[in-house]
Structure formats: structure tokens, C-alpha cells
Design a protein around this ligand. Structure first.
Ligand code: ADP
Length: 663
């Protein structure tokens, strides 16, 4: 899966657009050029058509004029050979004019150009025409004996031009007169140009100086787009036949082809743009996907948690590198496999099968479970597996996804901790044994010393022969009491060191003082010390192990007495003071001496076990005292005595008298 996508982008991404763009541009250019070319061809065709038609019209005019000429010659020759009467000639003229409306008038002139006959009668002809008529004799081409056209004559009525054609008549080479035919220039165009041509073109007769003699525009004025000038060569006169089509240039947009081309081009450009956009979007999406895949691959590769996906049949469909490393099989070796898997440890196959059946039944454990896998090397790996269903985009389950944690390290650490705890317990046990031993050694010192001194006293009495039963009994009873105390001490110390919940009772401070008083007094006497009891009258009891508290008090008084060994006898005062701190609900006991005091050096190590400044000291006393006081929720402290020496002070929380059990 990791190798499905190439991470490198296509290098010539920009250039791959060039070819399609070029092709499309070429296609569009061709599409645009084609109708333009078609339009040009159409224009050419029209022009050529006009030229051909104009030629045809010119030929038609020539033909008709020649025909008229021939007919008039025929009449002329008949006139001379048959000596036709003037009326007959006039009748023949009228018939001709009737059939040829382009002829305005026909005149018969004698050899001196005097008018013999005219049709129609010429009163309507202007003098202008007639005067010119007479002066026109010089125009007759007698050598060629052919007709001859005279220049244009302007009739009286405006814009009416007349064209005179003189046909000389000869008899045996003798000029006998002439027939003059007068054409209306407008008539030539009206009669000799076919109607269909006139409908589509403006036709004009002009001379070389562009002067217009006739104009026919039945279908409207010409558009000056398609024009053609055709010389109308008449004997003795040159006119120009100008045709000007009233058709306009073929319009590009009116052309269906052009419209189709434009629509096609627009469609093409639009689809190209859409394609471009779509491809750009796809490329962007592909880039994002590639980035995500790279990110996911990096994430998967960096994971230490194994990931495994299975389909609904339990076939492995995906494993990440961490999983492959964990079980020692490459992904391609295990993907696609159905259980039993190569990493199943033979001894746990039953368990796997059971769990797999459960999984197929759709029961996925909501919490992780522990099991073991077998590495390809055969090594067992404890693992913690979490399963969850794989749901596709339609909300349907397609399989299961599991994350697998290699908990070998955790197991190793747990085992190590367990072993260390065991060791610790063993050494703690040993330590408490040592503590018991040292405490007992320390605490039993006093009762043993007391027993020793009572029994020594008793022995001394017997040795002296002074057998006073009362004295002896008293000494032995006291020794007995101390022996019992020693027993109590052993039990208390044992209880205390084992840190079991002590059997606490309500202890009255006066009781406590009374218990230790004989021993303290005995020690004080031995040290020549002035012992003072400064006891508060009514103190609340405390909840405590009485023996432990007695030991604390005995330790403190013994230290005080020992500190005053070098003190002058008059200053050897040991004061035991009890008081109540009602504000903090405490009961306070102070042991005040005037001994050598405590230097800063000593103060720093005062409570350390086995710290002692004394040659025979064990250095455990204060340590035991503080532990015992703190064990009862109290506090042991010391201050300098203003009168010299030290004050040791312990405060214990006062018990609720009413609730406390009565001893
Ligand atoms: P030990 O009495 O065996 O030396 P302790 O723990 O009882 O052990 O005392 C530790 C040290 O504290 C003593 O060696 C002594 O130097 C000092 N000390 C204890 N009590 C007093 C006191 N009341 N005045 C001066 N020094 C004291």
C-alpha cells in the first residue's frame, strides 16, 4: 500500500498543455477561416455572375440595334427599288416603332438631308434635336456606307437623352439620302435589358466622362459592392454600360455555417476549460492525496504500535511495519492469509481459535486483552490487543482493525519491580529485626540496671546478716516490677517496630508520671540531682501506648541527668513540667535540665540513629523517642534553656475524654 503512489510530481506538467492548446487553436483558426473563405468565394462568384450577365446584356443591346439597323436598311432598299410612297414608308416606320419601344422616332432624309417623312410626326421634338439633326450630316460615314451614331442629344424634357443613328442610303454608289433612327437612351435600357436582370441590378449608360444618359433601377439603387463597366461599342460612339448589383456583401453572421462554427468553437472552448478545470482539480486532489499518503506512511512507519486489518473472514488485509517487526514476518508474507497465522504460539492456539470464533460471531471485546505471539525466531512476545470494527463509507462493516502493543518491556519492568519489592521486603524485615534488637538493647538497659541494683541491695542486706524481711520483700518486689516492665517493653517494642496498629488506651499524664517517678528519682539520687515535679493539676488524657510514652520520658530524663554530670552540684536541677495547650488541644511535657547544652553541630544530628557524643552511648534514644512521639501524632523538639542547659519538649494531641475508652 505504501508503494502504490509515486511521491514525485510529473516534471513537465506545464508543457503537456502546449500540444492540445496548439491543436485546438489550429482547429479554431481553420473553423474561422473556412466561412471567411466561403464568403470570399461567394463574393467572387457573384462578381463573375454580374460580369457574365453584363456581357450578355451588352450583346442583347448590340443584337437588337443591329436588327433594327437591318430592318431599316431593308425598308431603305425597298423604298428605292420599289419607289414606295411616303405614306407607306411612314406606315412601315410606325409598325417598326410599335414593335420596338426603344425607338423614339424614325426620319427619312433626302440626299440634301431635307426631311421627306418622319414617324411619328415631329412637332414634339425639340428644335434643339432638329437643329443638330441637320448639322449631323457630316457624321455619315460614306466610305463604309454604314450607319453612324451621333453624340448624345439632350431633349427638351429633363433627363431625356436621345441617341441618333443615321443609316445612309446608296443607289449605284450614289448617296440618295438616309434614314435616321432616334433612340431614347432610357428606352434602350427599359426595352432591351431583361426584367430579371433589371430587378437585381441598377443599369446605367454613361460616357467616358462619367456623364449619365440613362438609368434603370427597378429593383433599387445598386449597393456599389458588385459593379461592372462594359463598353458598348457603337459605330461612331462609345458608351459604357455600367451595372451595379443591388445585392449587398454576403453577411458572415447570416451564414448558418458561421453560426455553427461559432457555436462549435464556443462549445469546444467551454469543454476545454471545463476539462482544464477538472484536471486541475484532480491534480490538486491528487497532490493532497499524495501528501496525505506520505504523511500517513511516515506516521505508520514511526508507529511502535502494531496495526493489523482483517476482512470479515478473518483474512489479513493490512499490517504496518511495526506489526511486521513485532512478529518477524514481512508484510507480503502474511497479508492475504487466513488463520491459523504463522505468529500464533502453539501453546495458545486454543485461546486464539476461541477468540477468533467470537470475532466472527461479531463479539468484539470492548477492552484490550493480553495474549502472546510467537516471533519468527520462536521467541514469545507478550502483547496487548485492542480490536474495533472497520466501517466503510456506507456505514457497513468490512472487517476488523486491531492495534497491538508489545508489552515485553512492561512485563520485564513489572517482573523487575516485583523482584525489587521482594528484596525490599526482605531487607525491610531484616532492618526491622535490627531495629527491634537495638531498641530492646537500649530499652531493656534501664529495667535490667534497676533489677540489678535492687537485687544487689538485697544481697548486700543478706550478706550483712541484716535480714529484715520487709526490706528484702520491698527490694525483691521492685526487682519483680522491673522484670515485668522489661517484659512489657519487649512486647511494646515488638508491636511498635512491626508498625502494627498499637493497642492505644486513654493514658492520664499523672499516671504516666507516677509510673516513671520511682525510676527517675533513683537515677536522680545517684547523680546527686535536685528533681522537681511541676505538674498541671487537670490535664486531658492522651490516646497512647503507655509503655512507649514511659520509655520516652525515661530516655529524656536520663539524657538530662547525664548532661548535668559536669554541672556544679547546686545547679544540678532537673525539672519535669506538664501543661496543656488548650488553643491547639495539646498536652505538653517538658524535661528541663541545666547541663552542657547542645551545640549546633550536635543539634543537626541529634535524631540520627546511632549518633552519640557519649563514650558508652548507643545513639538510639532520641531517635526512638521521636519515632514514638510522631507515631502518636505528636511532636518532639528541643530548645536552649535560658538558665543554661536544654529543654526537651513533646506535645501530644489531647484525646476526647468522653469518647475515649476508660482504661
Ligand atoms: P545516647 O544517650 O546514647 O548518646 P541519645 O540519642 O539519647 O543517645 O542522645 C544523643 C546525643 O544527644 C547524646 O550523645 C548527647 O550528646 C545529646 N543529648 C541528648 N540529650 C541531651 C541533653 N539533655 N543535653 C545535652 N545533650 C543531650
Amino acid at each position: 500500500m505504501r508503494h502504490l503512489y509515486k511521491t514525485q510530481a510529473w516534471p513537465n506538467q506545464k508543457w503537456r498543455w502546449i500540444l492540445p492548446i496548439l491543436l485546438v487553436s489550429l482547429f479554431l483558426a481553420t473553423l474561422i477561416w473556412l466561412p471567411w473563405q466561403a464568403q470570399r468565394m461567394e463574393a467572387n462568384e457573384r462578381q463573375e455572375q454580374l460580369i457574365a450577365d453584363t456581357l450578355w446584356v451588352e450583346q442583347a443591346i448590340q443584337f437588337q440595334l443591329n436588327r433594327n439597323d437591318e430592318m431599316l436598311r431593308q425598308i431603305g432598299s425597298e423604298m428605292m427599288s420599289l419607289h414606295l410612297s411616303v405614306d407607306t414608308v411612314r406606315e412601315r416606320f410606325r409598325t417598326l416603332i410599335k414593335n420596338n419601344h426603344e425607338i423614339y422616332s424614325i426620319l427619312w432624309l433626302d440626299s440634301r438631308d431635307a426631311m421627306i417623312a418622319a414617324s411619328p410626326e415631329l412637332p414634339q421634338l425639340s428644335k434643339n434635336v432638329l437643329s443638330i439633326q441637320h448639322s449631323a450630316s457630316g457624321a455619315v460615314d460614306f466610305d463604309s456606307k454604314t450607319r453612324c451614331f451621333s453624340p448624345m442629344l439632350e431633349a427638351d424634357s429633363k433627363n431625356m437623352y436621345l441617341l441618333r443613328c443615321q443609316i445612309p442610303l446608296f443607289q449605284e454608289n450614289r448617296y440618295t439620302g438616309s434614314i435616321v433612327v432616334i433612340y431614347r437612351t432610357a428606352g434602350i435600357l427599359d426595352e432591351l435589358v431583361p426584367w430579371w436582370f433589371a430587378q437585381e441590378n441598377q443599369i446605367m449608360l454613361i460616357d467616358n466622362d462619367e456623364k449619365m444618359y440613362a438609368n434603370r433601377a427597378a429593383g433599387g439603387i445598386g449597393k456599389n459592392v458588385y459593379t461592372h463597366n462594359r463598353t458598348l461599342d457603337l459605330p461612331g460612339l462609345q458608351l459604357i454600360l455600367r451595372t451595379n448589383s443591388n445585392k449587398s456583401e454576403p453577411k458572415l453572421l447570416s451564414n448558418l455555417l458561421v453560426l455553427t462554427v461559432i457555436l462549435l468553437s464556443l462549445g469546444l472552448i467551454w469543454s476545454l476549460l471545463a476539462l482544464w478545470r477538472d484536471i486541475s482539480r484532480r491534480l490538486a486532489a491528487e497532490g493532497a492525496l499524495r501528501q496525505q499518503v506520505t504523511f500517513r506512511t511516515a506516521m505508520e512507519n514511526s508507529l511502535v504500535t502494531g496495526l493489523r486489518a482483517r476482512d470479515m473472514e478473518g483474512r489479513l488485509t493490512y499490517v504496518n511495519p511495526a506489526f511486521s517487526r513485532m512478529v518477524g514476518y514481512p508484510a507480503e508474507e502474511i497479508i492475504g492469509r487466513l488463520p491459523p497465522m504463522p505468529y500464533w504460539a502453539p501453546e495458545a492456539i486454543q485461546e486464539y481459535q476461541g477468540r477468533f470464533t467470537q470475532l466472527l460471531a461479531g463479539t468484539v471485546p470492548s477492552e484490550g486483552f493480553e495474549t502472546i505471539y510467537q516471533h519468527a525466531s520462536g521467541q514469545r512476545i507478550p502483547v496487548l490487543i485492542y480490536e474495533s470494527p472497520l466501517i466503510n463509507e456506507h456505514g457497513l462493516q468490512t472487517g476488523w482493525m486491531s492495534s497491538i502493543l508489545d508489552i515485553s518491556e512492561l512485563k520485564r519492568a513489572q517482573e523487575l519491580t516485583r523482584r525489587q519489592e521482594e528484596k525490599l521486603n526482605a531487607s525491610a524485615h531484616l532492618a526491622s529485626m535490627g531495629e527491634i534488637a537495638s531498641m530492646l538493647a537500649h530499652e531493656l538497659n534501664q529495667p535490667l540496671a534497676a533489677i540489678s541494683s535492687y537485687t544487689t541491695g538485697a544481697i548486700n542486706l543478706i550478706k550483712a546478716g541484716d535480714i529484715n524481711p520487709e526490706l528484702l520483700q520491698s527490694a525483691l518486689e521492685k526487682a519483680n516490677t522491673q522484670a515485668q516492665r522489661a517484659g512489657h517493653i519487649i512486647r511494646s517494642v515488638h508491636e511498635f517496630v512491626k508498625k502494627r496498629e498499637p493497642t492505644r488506651h486513654s493514658v492520664g499524664i499523672p499516671d504516666l508520671i507516677a509510673s516513671v517517678m520511682p525510676l527517675v528519682e533513683m537515677q536522680a539520687q545517684a547523680g546527686h540531682i535536685n528533681l522537681q515535679w511541676d505538674l498541671a493539676p487537670a490535664l486531658p488524657p492522651v490516646l497512647a501506648d503507655k509503655i512507649l510514652l514511659e520509655q520516652v520520658l525515661l530516655n529524656l530524663t536520663r539524657n538530662a541527668i547525664e548532661a548535668m554530670q559536669q554541672t556544679p552540684p547546686e545547679k544540678r536541677i532537673l525539672r519535669v513540667r506538664t501543661s496543656a495547650d488548650s488553643a491547639q488541644n495539646l498536652v505538653v511535657v517538658e524535661v528541663i535540665d541545666q547541663g552542657h547544652g547542645i551545640s549546633d553541630d550536635v543539634a543537626n544530628q541529634l535524631f540520627s540513629p546511632f549518633f552519640s557524643t557519649k563514650s558508652t552511648g548507643m545513639g538510639m534514644g532520641l531517635n526512638i523517642c521521636r519515632t514514638a512521639i510522631e507515631f502518636h501524632g505528636g511532636k518532639l523538639s528541643h530548645t536552649d534553656n535560658p538558665a543554661g542547659g536544654t529543654i526537651f519538649r513533646f506535645a501530644l494531641p489531647a484525646a476526647d475524654y468522653k469518647k475515649s475508652p476508660v482504661e
